[in-house]
Design a protein around this ligand. Structure first.
Ligand code: F0G
Length: 356
């Protein structure tokens, strides 16, 4: 496993600084970074126990990126390349996380950002981010797939760069998560599970694992298991879903842009695309937060729900990585709880309230 490529400096912060030799950048590319990547790969004892038979489960916590989702890995590359080309503005369609990342990196670069969002369908934390970072927000009467169609038309203008994952620079940056996992585990895992929406991330992970195997940095590649929400599962059902519906708004997508590439990744890896219901997603979200201390948004919990669904089919002693793609605070309204009534400000009353 000695590729002859020098290990990145431990002090390197940010996807471009750390993985430059695997990315489409040159010395002339300005680096627009917020120190993204290098997220924790958390060993999960309780989750491993649930899967059983000596399997080891790790969670790659992508909510700890600068805008709290995995999108930052691709956005640093896409915005850096757009600035190198002298582009005046970046534009994207989004279910919320891409727009948050685009807005932040555009702000950092000092260029304009327009985000095209399905009206009324964006989780509150994500919408707040787009406005806070100073993006021009356009809500359309339609869903994500309609927004992406409009963005493709806008992108034919020379002064705009599309920063959705149809831009290969995005996929290139997102490969870095697979690199980090291989470095940390010493090899690729046997299985990699992740949620699937527009299908860019599963494509990027597969490209990353493949590139590291080809460079001699890994001896194998994992089976890729992608999970769609049952009401928004075009790849699973092999047909466009006109009205996708799920509580996991980030993956409420009926016609994914990277459909073919994702299908190829799944086939080449010996993996599968499966579905999880909204109830399974919410249960997994709550379980992961309350049992492992990892709070993720509903779409991210699809990988955990998927693991619980297919655990018995995974061979003993497997190493399993689940990517959880976005932070739980992105979508606070998805968490169900009942606020406790106020009690007098007295030690005894508080003790009684907590049952001690
Ligand atoms: N998880 C989260 C939290 C996401 O925001 C997304 C996609 C996915 C999973 C699925 O990744 O699209 O590469 O298959 N969000 C996009 C957005 C669509 O606009 O933020 P994918």
């Amino acid at each position: 496993m000695n590729s002859g490529i020098a290990a990145p400096a431990a002090s390197a912060r940010g996807v471009i600084a750390r993985w430059r030799e695997f990315l489409p950048v040159t010395a002339a590319t300005p680096v627009i970074s917020l120190g993204e990547g290098n997220t924790p790969l958390i060993p999960c004892a309780r989750l491993s126990e649930l899967v059983g038979r000596g399997c080891e489960v790790f969670v790659k916590y992508e909510g700890l990126n600068p805008t709290c989702s995995f999108k930052d890995r691709g956005m640093t590359v896409a915005v850096s390349k757009a600035v190198e080309r002298g582009i005046a503005a970046v534009v994207c369609a989004s279910t919320g996380n891409t727009s948050a990342a685009a807005a932040a990196y555009a702000a950092r670069a000092g260029i304009r950002c327009a985000v095209i969002l399905p009206a009324g369908k964006i989780a509150s934390g994500k919408l707040v981010q787009a406005y806070a970072y100073g993006a021009q927000v356009v809500a359309i009467e339609g869903n994500f797939d309609d927004a992406l169609r409009v963005v493709r038309e806008l992108g034919s203008r020379p002064d705009f760069a599309i920063v959705n994952s149809i831009n290969p620079d995005r996929i290139a940056g997102q490969k870095s998560a697979a690199f980090e996992i291989v470095e940390e585990l010493g090899d690729a895992p046997e299985f990699h599970l992740l949620p699937v929406g527009n299908a860019g991330n599963i494509t990027a992970y597969w490209a990353g694992y493949s590139e590291f195997a080809a460079a001699g940095r890994a001896t194998k590649r994992p089976a890729m298991l992608g999970f769609q929400a049952a009401g928004a599962a075009p790849i699973f059902y092999n047909r466009v879903i006109e009205q996708p519906e799920t509580i996991a708004s980030a993956i409420r997508i009926g016609n994914p842009a990277s459909w073919e590439a994702a299908t190829r990744a799944v086939q080449e890896s010996g993996g599968a695309i499966d579905i999880v219901t909204d109830e399974e997603i919410l249960e997994a979200q709550q379980w992961l937060a309350s049992r492992e201390g990892i709070f993720v948004e509903p779409a991210s919990a699809a990988s955990i729900a998927g693991l619980l669904k297919c655990a018995t089919k995974i061979p003993p002693e497997s190493r399993i990585v689940c990517t959880v793609t976005g932070h739980g605070l992105k979508d606070p309204d998805a968490v169900r709880f009942t606020s406790a009534p106020a009690v007098p400000a007295l030690e005894e009353a508080v003790r009684r309230a907590i049952g001690f």
